[in-house]
Write a protein that binds this ligand. Structure first.
Ligand code: XBP
Ligand code: MG
Length: 243
């Protein structure tokens, strides 16, 4: 089975964006005078909930941020606080403060040369995705990606398979014709639930996670011998499954 498409996760895989997301959440909390602060340790736990709005809702419900003062933040407030956070995040990444992770640009270049399709399956949304492209490859590069599925297009975010299933549908390909690039356990579980094989590149937030069933786990994509290695790992796995 030939490799026909590579599906990229964005946050943590394409670029180390999570510190920029965390900083933007904290600045939004300050602007709203909430007295909340998400440090690295807390954010590591909160990252188990994918999607910024879902993460905020989870925090409000389960971390009792107002110390039991009966403070209620309804969905409308969560949306508007998250919008504020997103604007702050976009201003920062648009300026180029978050570069692509090592090896990503080469994988994209080689895939295009080989005629392998590119796609994106991300829990974040279109506006922050565009801002990240503006600050990295340039907005025109978004057109290289034949299928893009973002958080608000689906009912259930990762680790549910919805984003990957939508990406496959948009590509018009079967899961055994594609490979996913992810950085987290929730991303791996989402891809696996959609029937995809996954290569992991860990980062500071995910380095201690376990990745059962992943095709390979790398520190970053410079450890990969180019797209040729993705093609051979994919080929070997498909052969193994058939025998
Ligand atoms: C990334 C996320 C996102 C970002 C924040 O998960 O969970 O929520 O942390 O983005 P993945 P938004 O890399 O698995 O897609 O605030 O725009 O949701
Ligand atoms: Mg990720």
């Amino acid at each position: 089975m030939t490799l026909k498409a590579i599906i990229f996760d964005i946050d943590g895989t394409f670029a180390e964006t999570e510190e920029a997301h965390r900083a933007a959440f904290n600045t939004a909390f300050e602007k709203w005078d909430l007295g909340w602060h998400w440090d690295v340790e807390l954010y590591s736990k909160l990252l188990e909930i994918t999607g910024g709005k879902e993460r905020l809702r989870h925090f409000v419900r389960h971390y009792d941020p107002e110390g039991g003062s009966h403070f209620i933040m309804d969905d409308e407030m969560i949306w508007s606080l998250h919008n504020r956070k997103t604007e702050i995040y976009m201003d920062r990444v648009r300026g180029g403060s978050v570069p692509l992770r090592p090896g990503i640009a080469l994988v994209i270049k080689e895939a295009r040369e080989k005629g392998i399709k590119l796609a994106i399956a991300t829990t974040t949304n279109m506006k922050p995705l565009k801002a990240l492209f503006e600050g990295t490859l340039g907005i025109a590069a978004l057109r290289w990606f034949e299928a893009i599925a973002v958080g608000d297009m689906v009912e259930n975010k990762k680790p549910a398979p919805d984003l990957y299933l939508l990406t496959l549908e948009k590509l018009g390909l079967r899961p055994d014709e594609c490979i996913a690039l992810e950085d987290s356990r929730s991303g791996l579980d989402a891809a696996a639930a959609a029937g995809l094989e996954t290569v992991i590149t860990v980062n500071t937030y995910t380095q201690d996670q376990e990745f059962p069933g992943a095709l390979a786990v790398f520190s970053n994509l410079t450890e990969l011998a180019g797209v040729a290695q993705l093609q051979s790992m994919h080929q070997n796995k498909q052969t193994e499954k058939q025998t």
